[in-house]
Design a protein around this ligand. Structure first.
Ligand code: BES
Ligand code: ZN
Length: 611
């Protein structure tokens, strides 16, 4: 056994899946997918083959021959808490393709099933979130980013719903008896009132980029290769179309900076508020939280980030989660380059400032576990969701910015373009990046301590705090708060959400309750429509002991399931004694049904850590 990835049972001595032909029957009444998967290996194989699964019931394994022969299989009896259960198949000699039939669990960690009362369209809704290691809860696979697959996907859904996927949409049609491939009974597959939405992904992607959603979804065209999808009808779609009007231009900016956009379309899906992330870079169709729609085009930063992944992450993919910074650090750098072009240098500098603050806060969070302040941490036995942080984003950004400062922007731009062209459609590790860097920037290892950056803990001394006028002004206003000074109306006149976010996050943590409420009385931050601002404010107010905001905290935790907000709010409440802790427990018990399983797990682990 030669594992290739600490988060997968994939055996490095075996071939991996290169294509999956998937037929999914979505049963909304029991929150279950009944499925068939025809998997094709990169080369013929005999004997044991290991696949990753989590909470999947496997019904049959057969050869692809006609008639099919059964293949012996066994599913590990007790799941590993991080990895799930290995599925071991014993393949007959020279097998390249085999078929599995299986059903997902209603608790599948990637899937959230929403009942009609929980949605804006009053229709059922389901969506997937597979990063980092949740694809295995949707279908048995080699769930490591080291392996890339192409796939075809048939989604059989009730005909009043439509389905989308991170793949090319082939069409919508009546189900055919030849489609079901054993996913469920033919009578069920072809029942009146069902349709099939067909998709094809011809570009090889890591399994964590597999994604789909189904529900009362409508759409609006934005540009020749961009469209926004959302549930909730015309009003939501109009707002979304306004917010994302500039997306086509952004794709062009990305192409100028990083080379051709290789995924044909760049569509956006706005999810229900329980979506656990700000955005997810599913290829051809980015998934977004509805909280990015604020009516002031500020969603652009999140879109720039997910778009940037089209090059860094989706074209070049981290080989394992230990190399996650290659995805997120590069993307944070690329995002800020796009933002600089479309929104200006000052906005980019503000984003860097917010990131710098976040990176410094992570040093505090991980002070007893400095491994996770490394760019390349050891992850064996660790659930990536438990240690998700700004470190790979912001330390990764800092590392690349440091290289840019060393060699100058024109040379660095050329380096990035060459890096992308060299490794596109490959999964690489940090060592491969470093070799490429040293080969293309001779002598760089004598100018930058690469080893310290990659293997060291903490923030290297040659990292740099951004140096822009607006950033410094906001930091100095925040420093004056301690001595009782609130920013004046004039000073904040042209602030939008990000300026407030930076200000609030730079305030000292041990402030008086009276000062916090004075700030709120003047600027109404606790009621901000911008969740970044609202949460930054509440995170200040909770430890200061301002009980008057319990109501806002509760509303926030019950309305939005984005983990960026759940984590700090539940943590601040749980760290307090008495009333706040009980409030956190009560809110969680009432809100957990509304959360995506990943978010529910994270909130649960925060509460149990502080219980
Ligand atoms: N790929 C991430 C989201 C992710 C990371 C999902 C790890 C699962 C595991 C995505 O690109 C991301 O970074 N989203 C950010 C956007 C922000 C940095 C603009 C988010 O959700 O906050
Ligand atoms: Zn990202």
């Amino acid at each position: 056994m030669a594992p290739v990835d600490p988060h997968s049972y994939t055996d490095g001595a075996h071939p991996v899946t290169k294509h999956a032909a998937l037929s999914f029957y979505l049963d909304f009444t029991v929150s279950t997918i009944h499925a068939s998967a025809l998997l094709t290996l990169s080369e013929p194989h005999s004997g044991d083959l290991l696949l990753d699964t989590r909470a999947v019931s496997v019904h049959s394994a057969t050869t692809a021959a006609d008639p099919p022969e059964p293949i012996p299989f066994s599913l590990a009896a007790s799941p590993d808490p991080v990895l799930g259960s290995a599925l071991t198949l014993t393949l007959p000699p020279d097998t390249t393709s085999f078929r599995l039939t299986f059903s997902t669990s209603p608790d599948a960690s990637a899937l959230q099933w929403l009942a009609p009362p929980q949605t804006a369209s009053a229709q059922p809704f389901v969506f997937s979130q597979c990063q980092s290691i949740h694809a295995r809860s949707v279908f048995p696979c080699h769930d490591t980013p080291a392996a890339r697959i192409t796939f075809s996907l048939l989604l059989n859904v009730p005909s009043q719903l439509s389905a989308v996927a991170a793949a090319r949409h082939v069409g919508r049609r009546d189900p055919l008896p030849s489609d079901h491939c054993g996913a469920c009974d033919e009578a069920l597959w072809c029942a009146p009132g069902r349709v099939v939405e067909e998709f094809e992904m011809e570009q090889p992607v890591p399994p964590y980029l597999f994604a789909f959603a189904a529900g009362g979804i409508g759409s609006r065209d934005l540009g020749p290769r961009t469209r926004v999808y959302a549930e909730g009808g015309d009003k939501v779609l109009d707002e979304a179309a306004r917010e994302f009007a500039g997306v086509e231009d952004m794709v062009k900016v990305g192409e100028d900076l990083f080379g051709p956009y290789e995924w044909e379309r760049f569509d956006l899906l706005v999810l229900p508020p329980s979506f656990p992330y700000g955005g997810m870079e599913n290829p051809r169709m980015v998934f977004l939280t509805p909280t990015v729609i604020k009516g002031d085009a500020s969603g652009a930063q999140v879109v720039a980030h997910e778009l940037a992944h089209s090059w860094t992450g989706n074209l070049i993919t981290n080989k394992t989660n230990e190399d996650f910074w290659l995805n997120e650090g590069f993307t944070t750098y690329a995002e800020r380059r796009i933002v600089e072009v479309v929104q200006g240098e000052e906005r980019a500098a503000l984003n860097m400032g917010i990131g710098w603050r976040g990176l410094n806060q992570m040093m505090e969070r991980f002070k007893d576990n400095m491994e996770f302040t490394k760019l390349k941490p050891k992850m064996a036995g660790i659930d990536p969701d438990d240690v998700y942080s700004e470190v790979p984003y912001e330390k990764g950004f800092q590392f690349l910015w440091r290289i840019e400062r060393q060699i100058g922007r024109p040379a660095f731009d050329e380096f990035i373009k060459k890096y992308i062209a060299t490794f596109k459609f490959q999964s690489i590790d940090t060592e491969t990046f470093l070799e490429f860097l040293k080969a293309n920037v001779p002598g760089i290892e004598n100018q930058i301590d690469l080893h310290l950056w990659v293997e060291g803990t903490g923030i290297p001394p040659d990292a740099m705090e951004p140096d822009s006028a607006i950033y410094k002004k906001i930091c100095s206003l925040a420093a004056e708060f301690k001595s009782g000074k609130l920013p004046s109306e004039d000073e904040v006149a042209d602030w939008n959400g990000q300026e407030w976010e930076l200000y609030l996050e730079n305030l000292p943590t041990d402030v008086e309750a009276s000062q916090v409420t004075a700030l709120d009385e003047r600027y109404k931050l606790s009621e901000s429509r911008d969740y970044e601002v609202k949460v930054a404010f509440l995170q200040l107010a909770i430890p200061a002991g301002c009980k008057c905001y319990f109501n806002e905290v509760e509303k926030c935790l019950k309305q939005v399931g984005r983990m960026k907000y759940l984590r700090p709010l539940y943590s601040s409440l749980a760290k307090c004694s008495g009333e706040e802790k009980m409030l956190a427990q009560r809110i969680f018990s009432e809100a957990q049904e509304f959360y995506h399983p990943i978010a529910r797990g994270v909130a649960e682990s925060i509460l149990s850590k502080h219980s």
